[in-house]
Ligand binder design. Sequence first.
Ligand SMILES: [Zn+2]
Length: 158
Amino acid sequence: MSHTVPARVDGLPAVPLQRSAADCEPIPFVLTEAAELLPRRVPVVVRRQVVTVDCPPWCVAGHTEELVSLTDLCHEGESIALAAPTFSAGAPSSVRILSAYIAQYPFSSEAAPRLVLDANDDGECAELDEAAAVAFVDQLVAHGAGLRRMARVLGGLS
Ligand SMILES: [Zn+2]
C-alpha cells in the first residue's frame, strides 16, 4: 500500500500545485513608506552616558541636548501657528496665534502625548490630552463658522 497521495483522483479536482518563485511576479516593495511609520532609534546623552531610545516618526526634535534624567526626554512634533491680521503702529500687521505642537515625555509619569497650545504666542502653554484637544478644536471650528458668517455679512452691508 502506497502512502503517497495521487495528484489526481477520479471524480475530484486536481490537487493545486504550488507555483514556483520563477512563475511569480515580484511583490512590490517600497521601503520608505513603511520605514516612515516606524520609530527611529536615536542616541541621547543622559549624564554623559549615551543611551538609545525610540523616536516616533512625528518627532522633529534633534535630541542633541544632554539630559539630567531620561524623564526629561521630550519628543516634539512640527509646530503650527495662525497669522491673525491686526493693526499696529498705524499700519496693518499680523500676530501669531494658536501656536501648537505635539509633545511627549515618554519616560515621565505622564507619558501620553499632549497637544501643547500657546494661544497668544507668549510662551504660556496649555498641555491638552486628546479629549481636551478635540473639545477645544470643536470650539475653534464653531468660532470659525461664526467668523465666516460675519465675513459674509460684510458683502451685504456695502
Ligand atoms: Zn524624538
